[in-house]
Design a binder for this molecule. Structure first.
Ligand code: HPA
Length: 274
């Protein structure tokens, strides 16, 4: 695995003049952020050795390098989901490569179902913790001490100082944000009413099908993480039957919340100390 990571990083390094320290995984609801990047290089996943190729509609699949505000960034347009059939090593491979390239901070976005009674569709939740309900941990198997410890500690999966910066950016922009716990599930089914209630009872505020694998691998490698969810549907409110959720509805709600998501991410990336 080490050799594979190195080979991929070498390929990317040869194509990029000025390697960033900051990376972004553009999930649902953050596609528009790309229009704020002064792009210097683009590499389609299909050209990158050892990279999986993304399949889901609405995810075009390339690495973008450029300037966002005052920072050089590397953005993943399109991510790999476990439900697509990739294994955990494939889902998280790009994060391994990020580490090898010298990335020290990772920003992630996703769409999620809201379970907190405080949430409305289109709201934004800064993730301050997660519960891993994927059937596997991406670190299962041989540990490479060069990449990180066998038993990584997870007391601060989401950087407190970046959350504080983001709250300030949101406040100054007049954008209301929540904080909460993200429950990561494998999907592709949305939750049954009982599952929503269960995830709420174990401490979840939102549920989605991504992010947790990438964050685990990033933290293992010592990369600082910030992640944000756009709440695209609601389930699990006590006493309320969840309504039907569809992929289209998720996409629509995420699109409507894009300006808020983009404002917070661009503001935060510009402000934070690299
Ligand atoms: N559940 C799981 N994943 C999701 C949801 C949801 O309700 N909404 C958006 N992604």
């Amino acid at each position: 695995m080490l050799q594979t990571i190195k080979e991929t990083a070498q390929f990317i390094r040869a194509k990029v003049s000025d390697m960033p320290k900051t990376a972004i995984i553009l999930g649902t609801g953050l596609g528009e952020l790309v229009s704020h990047i002064e792009i210097t290089e683009e590499i389609p996943y299909s050209e990158i050795p050892n990279f999986p190729v993304s399949t889901v509609e609405g995810h075009s699949g390339k690495l973008i390098f450029g300037k966002l505000g005052n920072k050089r960034v590397m953005a993943m347009q399109g991510r790999f989901h476990f439900y697509e059939g990739y294994d955990m090593k494939q889902v998280t491979f790009p994060v391994r490569v990020m580490k090898e390239l010298g990335i020290s901070t990772l920003f992630v976005s996703n769409a999620a179902g809201g379970m907190s009674p405080d949430f409305k569709i289109g709201d934004i939740m800064i993730i301050n913790d997660h519960i891993n309900l994927f059937p596997e941990n991406p670190l299962r198997g041989k540990n490479y001490n060069e990449l990180g410890p066998r038993f990584p500690e997870m007391s601060e999966p989401y950087s407190h100082r970046l959350i504080a910066d983001a709250l300030k950016v949101a406040d100054e922009a007049g954008i209301k944000v929540h904080q909460g716990v993200y429950v990561g599930t494998q999907g592709p089914t949305f939750e049954t009413p009982a599952e929503y209630r269960y995830f709420r009872r174990i401490g979840g505020d939102a549920v989605g099908m991504s992010t947790v694998p990438e964050v685990i691998v990033a933290r293992h490698a010592g990369i600082e993480v910030f992640a944000i969810s756009v709440i695209t549907d609601l389930g699990g409110l006590e006493g309320v039957e969840p309504e039907k959720v569809s992929h289209e509805e998720v996409q629509l709600a995420a699109a409507a919340a894009q300006p808020k998501m983009t404002a917070i991410m661009t503001g935060l990336i510009n402000e934070f100390k690299e």
